[in-house]
Write a protein that binds this ligand. Sequence first.
Ligand SMILES: NC(=O)c1ccc[n+]([C@@H]2O[C@H](COP(=O)([O-])OP(=O)(O)OC[C@H]3O[C@@H](n4cnc5c(N)ncnc54)[C@H](OP(=O)(O)O)[C@@H]3O)[C@@H](O)[C@H]2O)c1
Length: 284
Amino acid sequence: MNTQYTGTALITGANNGIGLELTRRLLNEGWEVAALIRSAFPADDLPIMKAVNSRQLRIYTADLADFSSLRGSLNRIKADEPKLELLFNNAGGSFPELLYSPQGRELHYELQTVVPYIITMELKELLLKGSMPTVINTSSNAILSIKSFDPALLERPLTFKKLFGPYAHTKMALSLWTQELAPTLAAEGIQLRSADPGGNNTLRKDKNSGLPFYIKPLMKMFFHHPSYGAGLLYNAALGKHKDNPGVFLIKDQVSSLKFSGHAPAVLNQVQHIYLQEFSGAPVI
Ligand SMILES: NC(=O)c1ccc[n+]([C@@H]2O[C@H](COP(=O)([O-])OP(=O)(O)OC[C@H]3O[C@@H](n4cnc5c(N)ncnc54)[C@H](OP(=O)(O)O)[C@@H]3O)[C@@H](O)[C@H]2O)c1
């Protein structure tokens, strides 16, 4: 048990896979968890249900890719949670085809690049009330495979490839805006980093996986239990890089980001969407 830190952690996608294992770990260590989730926790998980009943685990429901649903849940979080120590932007995944959000942007881009920015901005005030404000954006080592990158194509990609297409490109965009924004947030007192959780077997019978066919058997045989990825996200927040803003971590090590020259443009894109479509503030 880690007795050094506790507080409240908000985790998106806390009900399945890596997010669920991270939730279990933090609850076991005495943390309170605010779960921002689309579907329910497993109803037969007694420790989880016990934590819900005692309010150590508090549930906020939203389809994160739908801004009206997201806005409602963020308002409830701001009304009900007095402060946050940690924010894990974890919800995401690889989809099997080109899909679009209710706002009309490619779904990976909305969910994995734009929405983590919106959640971070909207919860900044709660984080600043916490004792160790830290935001971890869940990226992927799939970004290492990218050969060319154009921020202008994220919203409406011209082509689709499972895992190595929009999924990888939008994780790259996530790590790029993270790197670009981190010094500004660090000056305000918030630590922001991105991390790859490694290869974890999070296949589900009820999920139409967007993984290439040859990866599924490899995942079943060789990928880690999702507690492995949860451990890497946990370390990204509280481990040896806890005072290292903006870095992209693979296996707990700093990894350099290709296409850093595009980081200002990507940050500019997500900021523009946030201001124009979410916060109601005038765009200058
Ligand atoms: N598994 C790996 O090997 C691996 C490797 C690198 C990076 N990652 C990243 O790690 C993160 C967690 O993935 P995982 O492997 O644990 O997958 P997972 O088991 O499928 O969990 C994904 C979580 O994201 C949630 N989610 C997806 N779309 C959502 C939406 N529109 N609104 C709200 N929640 C939504 C899911 O909710 P539902 O339960 O409602 O579907 C689920 O809780 C993802 O960002 C993924 O890209 C995973």
